[in-house]
Design a protein around this ligand. Structure first.
Ligand SMILES: *Cc1c(COP(=O)(O)O)cnc(C)c1O
Length: 219
């Protein structure tokens, strides 16, 4: 099942890359494993996947002990990080994609562990969404430069949900423009339903859950 789904996702990726004249090496497929067990992560590892995305620090804390023998994996936190969980997050993850305040950056830096980070940007007006406003980015970049343990690699965003993948395109394009302006190479954008559009707009990391693992349980 997973093997077929992965092949199907890789085909979608390859077609979109081809259309955009891009090489496979420039794109990371991040397997989003929230609400799936450590066993599922192990199966994905056996099929060659190495980069995994998790949304909840506490959930991943329970799975991580069963995954310590998987050499070469990198786990990315892609869900909102509360500042009282920074220590745990810094110990569990290689990449924190959801930094959206200077305070959070400073707290992560104080953990003393080298971390790759991305700035989460909120490009829609949705009050419920996490992420920094585009106009906050220059100050956040300055704050990150002052954090010797953190290496800023790019921007991450999550557009408002829509069935229609084309709805995501203007958000992805804006994220790329922002990254270009600030000379950041990494762009984490695109999920199961809009990965093609994200690749066409320059994504370097696509975050794929459902298309690989099927529907998630509701709670
Ligand atoms: C769950 C999640 C994904 C994966 O979404 P799918 O539609 O299942 O591919 C990607 N990014 C974030 C931030 C998520 O929370």
């Amino acid at each position: 099942m997973l093997k077929q789904r992965l092949e199907c996702v890789e085909e979608r990726i390859c077609r979109a890359l081809q259309r955009s004249g891009r090489a496979r090496a420039g794109l990371t497929l991040l397997a989003v494993t929230k609400k799936f067990s450590a066993d599922v992560i192990r199966q994905a590892y056996e099929l060659g996947l190495r980069e995994f995305g998790e949304n909840y620090v506490q959930e991943f804390e329970l799975k991580a002990p069963a995954l310590q023998d998987l050499a070469g994996t990198r786990f990315h936190l892609i869900g909102h990080l509360q500042s009282n969980k920074t220590k745990k997050a810094a110990a569990l993850f290689s990449v924190i994609q959801t930094v959206d305040s200077a305070k959070l950056a400073e707290r992560l830096n104080d953990c003393g562990r080298p971390l790759e980070v991305m700035l989460e940007v909120k490009l829609s007006g949705e009050a419920s969404k996490a992420g920094a406003a585009p106009e906050e980015i220059p100050a956040l970049i300055d704050a990150l430069v002052a954090c010797p343990n953190l290496r800023l690699t790019g921007l991450m965003t999550m557009p408002p949900w829509s069935e229609d993948a084309e709805t995501s395109r203007p958000y992805f394009r804006r994220l790329r423009e922002l990254a270009d302006r600030h000379k950041l190479a990494g762009l984490s954008m695109g999920m199961s339903h809009d990965l093609e559009v994200a690749i066409e707009e320059g994504a370097t990391i696509i975050r794929i859950g459902t298309a690989l693992f099927g529907p998630r349980r509701k709670n």
